[in-house]
Ligand binder design. Structure first.
Ligand code: SF4
Length: 383
């Protein structure tokens, strides 16, 4: 917990023994200006943006995550990631309303056969905290559940689960299933146990991977029981989404240690975010600290050009410069790959994968030699 926030936290919360109970944290998610105002000093813009985004974008924060915020600093990297700003409601022409990567979809879209040997299983669509740069925060049509590449109805249903298993059995070339969401670890232990054992019962599935944000926003979820469940289904890799060194609290490190003691290999994915972590010093500290805690920095993702996220995006040129400067200051094992998520899958951003650049567009080549047009961030010079 951030010391600066202690003085402002409602004392009634601080003294609660339930603070370390992940289900209590979820039940007490902060979802309104009135609730948030009790914890931090909100700016006029933040209040307006939270209210104006209602009905278009999801907004929820765990009390734990709010406790990491600097209550008086509008530029605090924790609050910038999760409290809306006016820019979120401005849609730029290049920002997609729908971000559907190529691949085959089965089980009502819950299973995405995204690469020859890999499939993603969307087990749960809700999140503990909604990150303002993520397409998943979009409120979708309840009737259709469509939300870009994701779905907006909570948990995988039984028929969808059976259909997903059937698809996996019929496609033995799939060796790995990536369990994702929303936040897959919001599901309770019993459901997770059932999903893991069902997947491991498919003879061709050799590895599982879980994509999660809980180490940063809800580290209480990594309980000794969950660690034991994960140990029992080895090999299961856990990829934690972490964006800033301030997320690496005592609770984060304790959760990482518990997983590591249970032989769960840990990796980290980071989203490159303008004015949050787009400095060599910030990323160098983040990646080295992760490496030190035995969490391998795996991927630095360029912020997806989804609606209302322009203010979070740097240019690819700036990202390439950053990764080059990190290359000289970090051990190779602590240096993640910089990637862009495109309709043709994730493309590593290296100088040689960038075919050409103009003010508005970058031409990228993927591993198959296919070329994709990717929007470049256009900087306006203010007068
Ligand atoms: S980044 Fe992860 S936790 Fe954040 S909104 Fe997206 S899916 Fe949810």
């Amino acid at each position: 917990m951030n010391d600066a926030s202690l003085s402002r936290l409602p004392q009634s919360f601080l003294s609660l023994p339930q603070w370390n109970d992940w289900q209590w944290q979820v039940l007490n998610q902060i979802r309104s200006v009135a609730d948030l105002d009790r914890w931090i000093s909100l700016s006029v813009e933040e209040k307006r943006a939270v209210q104006n985004s209602a009905g278009r974008f999801q907004f929820a924060l765990t009390p734990y995550w709010v406790s990491l915020m600097d209550p008086d600093d509008f530029f605090c990297p924790i609050r910038r990631q999760s409290i809306p700003m006016d820019e979120e409601l401005r849609v730029h022409p290049y920002e997609a309303s729908d971000f559907k990567a190529s691949g085959i979809r089965a089980a009502n879209g819950r299973l995405h056969h995204s690469a020859a040997d890999r499939a993603e299983l969307f087990v749960h669509s809700q999140c503990a905290v909604y990150c303002r740069y993520c397409p998943q925060r979009k409120v979708t049509d309840a009737a259709t559940g469509e939300s870009g590449s994701r779905l907006n109805f909570a948990t995988l249903t039984d028929p969808e689960w059976q259909e997903a298993l059937l698809y996996l059995e019929k496609h033995p070339q799939i060796r790995e299933v990536v369990i994702t969401g929303g936040e897959p670890l919001l599901l309770n232990d019993e459901i997770l146990r059932r999903i893991f054992s069902g997947l491991k019962a498919v003879p061709s599935i050799r590895t599982l991977r879980i994509e999660t944000r809980v180490l940063s926003v809800l580290p209480q979820r990594i309980t000794p029981e969950l660690a034991r469940i994960l140990k029992a289904v080895q090999p299961v890799y856990l990829v934690a989404h972490v964006n800033h060194p301030r997320e690496m609290t005592r609770e984060f490190c304790e959760a990482a240690r518990l997983l590591s003691e249970h032989d769960v290999p840990l990796a980290a994915e980071t989203v490159l975010l303008k004015e949050i972590n787009d400095k060599t010093a910030v990323l160098s500290e983040l990646f080295f600290s992760l490496y030190e805690k035995k969490v391998r920095p795996y991927r630095l993702r360029h912020c997806i050009p989804s609606q209302g996220t322009d203010h979070f995006r740097t240019s690819i040129a700036a990202g390439l410069r950053l990764i080059e400067s990190l290359r000289s200051s970090l051990p190779g094992l602590a240096l993640p790959e910089y990637v862009a998520e495109t309709l043709g899958g994730k493309i590593p951003l290296r100088t040689e994968s960038v075919l050409s650049r103009s003010r508005k567009r970058v031409l990228l080549r993927n591993h198959e030699g296919k070329v994709f047009v990717y929007p470049e961030k256009v900087f306006q010079v203010s007068s």
